[in-house]
Design a protein around this ligand. Sequence first.
Ligand SMILES: [Zn+2]
Length: 358
Amino acid sequence: MTSAALHVRGIVLPDDEQRDLWIVDGRITTEPVREAETVADGWVLPGLVDAHCHIGVDANGPVDRDVQEQQARTERDAGVLLARDCGVPSDTRWIDDRADLPRIVRAGQHVARSKRYIRNYGVEVEPEQLVDTVADQARRGDGWVKIVGDWIDRDLGDLGPCWPDDVLAAAVARAHELGARVTTHVFGEAALPGLLAAGVDCLEHGTGLADDQIAAMAESGTALVPTLINIATFPDIAAQASRFPTYAEHMLALHDRVDRMVATSYDAGVPIYAGTDAGGSLAHGLIAQEVQALHRAGLSATDALAAASWRARTWLGHPASLDEGAQADFVVLTADPRADLTALAHPARVVLRGRVVS
Ligand SMILES: [Zn+2]
């Protein structure tokens, strides 16, 4: 398929170089193309990444294709051209055939303990089924599996681990044998030793992390996706949990120290990526807000951008720079986002697979 060549001029990040790029058949070239249409001039970033979102679900469970499409378009229009889907109970494979919708790296469906997660979301199983269920989801996903590591234990009235440590270790080993990375939902402290000992590849939220665990993550290269704009809703969750006062207080305490946890992780060298957790209660299209929250927590503006663009793309196995031959997935901003991160919230142009889509 051929399409009219496009031309973009600007400061290209992360190299910070003034460049002219031409786009032919969905790919970048630095060879000038005559009669190419100039579509933008500004700051050019590799397509944004939402490293934790859910396309295909709303607060009540799975959604139909029309809603899935709307969610995907909302992410795209915010500049998100690559999403790591952290678990959905619906089949969104059809999106892969749509050139106008973002690329998705899927983690299958959440693997959760029976009655210990949001209703209608997960495959809910008991520990003896965990290894086989993780293997099933590894085959369904795009190289990732999502395990719910802790959730409220209503008998305890507080957050508690969902799995025995040995079962968790066996499940993570099985996923790795099948070539899948494992990420885990974890809010509290108690589940963390088992998750880290099992060798998970990424923690979602990670609000309960202690300094020594952060140091161990930096050492092993275990990633952290703090989902700060989701953690900002913890006071609301606590306010609705009056039947479980210990849990409510715990959620407030985790909320209060999350920025410090992120700053400590950043200083220690833990790989941090930007994820919004859109899809359940949060709206799609908020990646710029998450980047700003990461910056407020202590990441430099450039590292906060990297967490939602080039560095996250590399982590997910996609090209991180707009070099000769790279896929033409990028956003163009009218101001330097390193000087003002709010510029990220309103991309002047979004180009996906070489076509202007927004
Ligand atoms: Zn999530």
